[in-house]
Design a protein around this ligand. Structure first.
Ligand code: NAD
Length: 253
């Protein structure tokens, strides 16, 4: 696989789980990683981990639910490095585990603001910059298996992740001739803070979740990170507008 030496790589929600694993993987491959996080402590911890490995990283505080903040974070990245080669719109929240009819407007609006607004306004700022670069750029958005299947007890989350695929496909088609490749990944349950919270909602939950997955285990954040790197690789020139399912065989059945 190609290396990512000096590639400016902006990752939202890189303070934990899949985002942190992706930040570490890009840094090890030579990228300059920008950690855009609402949680300053865990975002700075990712930067420290990258620096301890001898690589470069920058922390940028950012709540992706606020269009002005995500735009400012992208601008800060360009101000620091002069370009933006890769953007990973990863920040997301799971919302409340509960019946469709019990989900509230407050929960719905919050999940849409973070999971959909963060990707939409993030991509607007990222694409504007990539359009100024002859080499274009690459974007990967975090959808989910809940973005291609229904998710009982998670209606707003599932809706938000379906929307991420719509944004991904549409932007990919609009900018395919400008050398900007845009894809999504759709992981099944993967070890992270978000999944730990879900596991803790009820006794026996972890086992029930595991039984759904043909391979018999949850994903590891590093496995998702490697797929994201592949999507952004220079050699990967013909793959755009797609949703890569990383699900231990779930949707094969
Ligand atoms: N873990 C899974 O099983 C799984 C499966 C499918 C999709 N995903 C998606 O992967 C992405 C990463 O999830 P994870 O499992 O690593 O979760 P996580 O909770 O471990 O990490 C999410 C990170 O995003 C940050 N974040 C949350 N809201 C933010 C905001 N408004 N602005 C900026 N940062 C914010 C958090 O502080 C956290 O560091 C999410 O979009 C999630 O929906 C996760």
């Amino acid at each position: 696989m190609s290396n990512f030496v000096n590639q400016i790589t902006f990752i939202t929600g890189a303070g934990s789980g899949i985002g942190r694993a992706t930040a570490l993987a890009f840094a090890k491959a030579g990228a300059h990683v920008v950690v855009a996080e609402v949680n300053e402590e865990c975002g700075r911890e990712t930067v420290t981990q990258i620096q301890q490995l001898g690589y470069e990283a920058l922390f940028v505080g950012c709540d992706v639910a606020d269009p002005a903040q995500i735009e400012a974070a992208v601008r800060q990245t360009i101000g620091a490095y002069g370009q933006l080669n890769i953007a990973i719109n990863n920040a997301g929240i799971g919302g409340k585990y509960g019946r469709f009819i019990d989900q509230t407007k407050e929960d719905f609006d919050q999940i849409m603001a973070v999971n959909v607004g963060g990707v939409f306004y993030g991509m607007q700022a990222q694409i504007r910059q990539m359009l100024t670069q002859p080499e274009g750029g690459r974007i990967v958005n975090l959808s989910s298996i809940a973005g291609v299947r229904g998710m009982p007890m998670g209606a707003p989350y599932s809706a938000s992740k379906h929307a991420v695929i719509g944004l991904t496909k549409t932007a990919a088609l609009e900018y395919v001739r400008q050398n900007i490749r845009i894809n999504a990944v759709c992981p099944v349950y993967t070890h992270s803070t978000m999944v730990d919270e879900l596991i803790n909602t009820a006794p026996g939950m972890e086992e029930r979740m595991r039984r759904m997955i043909p391979i018999g285990r949850f994903g590891q954040p590093e496995e998702i990170a490697q797929a994201i790197l592949w999507l952004c690789a220079d050699e990967n020139t013909f793959y755009t507008g797609q949703s890569l399912q990383l699900d231990g065989g779930l949707t094969a059945g």
